[in-house]
Design a protein. Structure first.
Length: 228
């Protein structure tokens, strides 16, 4: 549970976020609520890949900054795109009556509580620098592409145990953060998350785009690897 008040008797940022159903505390650990993650995902998809000029213009408008000064302000304060996305989502949830500085502070708290990677714990995580050597070392492999703020990805994560057991024992399972591995996605023409790529002899034999059940994955593995 968060502290209820801060200096001067005002609610602490954590208390405001919890009351607004933006964060929750589980075993003393702060986490984003499922509802807020979904709302934040809308802003994430809209702003995370904007070209730099359009991004700077959006920041200038959101914070009422002179467009000629916004690049310097972003650098000076170290504002990340993830923080800006969180700020927009918080602003939509709380309204404009909450001061800008308070919303900015809350955005930093929210980004700190968000998972650093969408790849589930327990899976080998690959990056653009290491996936090629991994596939060379493991001729039979399955690579799952994950994304943050992705409902079908979250659904597969909830089914992770039955999904991973759907792969034959000889198939090594790994994961990638789809947004952090553009070279991997280009190499194998991946444009959806989640996606399951089945490799044999180091070559991608089949891609399952979107959510797939354990039964569907097992059927695909039988097709690629000849397992029953």
């Amino acid at each position: 549970m968060s502290e209820e008040t801060g200096p001067g008797g005002q609610q602490s940022p954590q208390a405001v976020l919890e009351e607004a159903n933006i964060i929750t505390f589980t075993d003393g650990e702060m986490r984003l609520t499922t509802e807020f993650e979904a709302a934040m995902g809308v802003y994430h998809d809209s702003y995370i890949d904007l070209d730099e000029r359009a991004y700077q213009q959006s920041v200038a408008e959101a914070f009422a900054i002179d467009p000629d000064e916004v690049a310097g302000q972003i650098d000076h304060f170290g504002v990340t795109r993830e923080q800006f996305v969180a700020y927009l989502a918080i602003s939509a949830q709380l309204g404009r009556d909450t001061p800008i500085t308070a919303r900015a502070e809350m955005a930093m708290l929210v980004t700190e509580s968000a998972p650093s990677t969408p790849v589930p714990a327990g899976l080998v995580e690959l990056d653009d620098a290491g996936y090629a050597s991994f596939l060379q070392q493991h001729p039979r492999a399955a690579v799952v592409v994950w994304k943050r703020f992705c409902e079908p990805c979250d659904r597969m994560k909830r089914d992770l145990d039955p999904v991973t057991t759907a792969f034959p024992p000889a198939v090594v399972v790994a994961g990638v953060d789809g947004e952090a591995t553009p070279a991997f996605r280009r190499q194998f023409s991946v444009d959806a998350a989640p996606s399951v790529l089945l490799f044999d002899d180091g070559d991608c034999q089949l891609t399952l785009a979107g959510y797939h059940s354990a039964e569907q994955i097992a059927t695909a593995c039988a097709e690629v690897y000849g397992t029953g």
